[in-house]
Design a protein around this ligand. Structure first.
Ligand SMILES: [Zn+2]
Length: 380
């Protein structure tokens, strides 16, 4: 099958697979292509917490274990033309060597590049298998990747091999990224007209808790313990959000919410910070929920896999990125992971999201060379 990366990107973008909506139709489209290329496809379905059907897939060309896995997600962050897009964000516009549309960069363009690369190979050519993974819900806590890690039979076969997370890195090799942790703290009050003094203002419990959260933020931004110089920036923020949902100044706020987001780095433990948060919450009658989508990804930059990635991509030095990927789930089963893909993350999640056609075409070539190196030639 001959696939063109530009046409395929346009097709994939035309499905509005925002994370809150279903990704089943676009994933079925990808499945159809993979089956046409001779891949065996495993489907992992689930219903998300809003009752929406989701589908992630793991596909294999060739047989056996190990080999090379190319990983993408097919959900996108929301987009509306009213936000200032020059066109319907789900109809790709091509101009000046670029594609514009939601997901062209993050990451339906890179996904299309992996499919185009895989299309050049036949199972009979392969000494080792090629796997393609496509997930749902990457943009919201990587649920699809966790379903794969916990349930997929094919991923178990893939996990002893090399994994490329094909998110945009301008085709540079990324050996580590930060993890993800979030906290939701809720204080409750009692409703009444403020003139009666009979209600309870939820903010009064929240205020001392917030003071403590600010102290933690000061700590993580200055202390050596929470610093890792392999990253830019070398610290993560204890990012505090506050909301008391109050509609009028003469009503007692009855629910006061604080949200915390933190990106843990390899080699820094945050257990103590979580304990400190729970203790402060208890002291001030606040309910806390801690969500930990995953730990940081770290593949030794001196490992054989990173060396291979540098050689195949023609890059001199591997680097780190501050954002997260599905890798925070994959790392539980897969030791050799790097992030390597066309496009620039700075062009993602924005109005008029774009990617250079040249980057996508180079991405296809790079993934072809990688498949050839690992799966056809059977090299490390
Ligand atoms: Zn992404």
């Amino acid at each position: 099958m001959k696939l063109d990366v530009v046409n395929l990107t346009k097709e994939l973008v035309s499905y509005k697979s925002e994370s809150l909506l279903t990704n089943v139709p676009v994933t079925r489209h990808v499945m159809g292509i993979l089956k046409g290329l001779g891949f065996q496809v495993e489907q992992l379905r689930y219903v998300d917490k809003n009752g929406v059907n989701k589908l992630s897939i793991v596909a294999r060309l060739g047989c056996g274990r190990g080999g090379l896995t190319l990983m993408s997600h097919d959900d996108v962050v929301p987009a509306k033309q009213e936000e200032g897009w020059k066109q319907d964000p789900y109809q790709v516009r091509q101009a000046g060597g670029r594609l514009y549309g939601r997901g062209v960069c993050d990451m339906k363009g890179p996904l299309a590049a992996t499919l185009c690369a895989a299309a050049r190979f036949k199972a009979a050519d392969l000494k080792q298998p090629v796997f393609i993974v496509v997930t749902s819900d990457e943009e919201i806590q990587a649920r699809g990747a966790w379903e794969i890690v916990n349930r997929s039979k094919l991923f178990r076969d893939a996990s002893s091999g090399y994994g490329l997370i094909c998110e945009p890195t301008k085709l540079g090799v990324v050996y580590a990224h930060k993890g993800s942790m979030s906290i939701r703290a809720t204080a409750s009050g009692r409703a009444a007209h403020t003139s009666t003094l009979k209600g309870k203002n939820a903010n009064l419990d929240m205020i001392p808790f917030l003071v403590e959260m600010k102290k933690i933020n000061d700590l993580v931004l200055t202390s050596k313990r929470y610093r890792n110089d392999e990253f830019t920036p070398p610290h993560s923020e204890w990012s505090i959000g506050i909301n008391d949902h109050n509609m009028a100044t003469n009503i007692y706020p009855v629910t006061s919410t604080c949200t915390i987001n933190y990106r843990p780095m390899p080699g820094t433990s945050i257990e103590g910070l979580i304990e400190r948060t729970k203790k402060a919450a208890k002291k001030h009658n606040i309910k806390v929920e801690v969500t930990r989508p995953g730990e940081p990804v770290y593949t030794d930059p001196t490992s054989a896999f990173v060396a291979t990635s540098l050689k195949v991509s023609g890059t001199r030095k591997a680097r780190t990125v501050p954002y997260g990927t599905d890798g925070l789930a994959y790392r539980v089963k897969m030791d050799n992971l790097v992030v390597l893909g066309p496009g620039d993350i700075a062009q993602a999640h924005i109005v008029d999201e774009w990617v250079e056609v040249d980057q996508l075409r180079k991405g296809v070539k790079l993934y072809e060379r990688f498949i050839d190196h690992v799966c056809v030639l059977g090299k490390d």
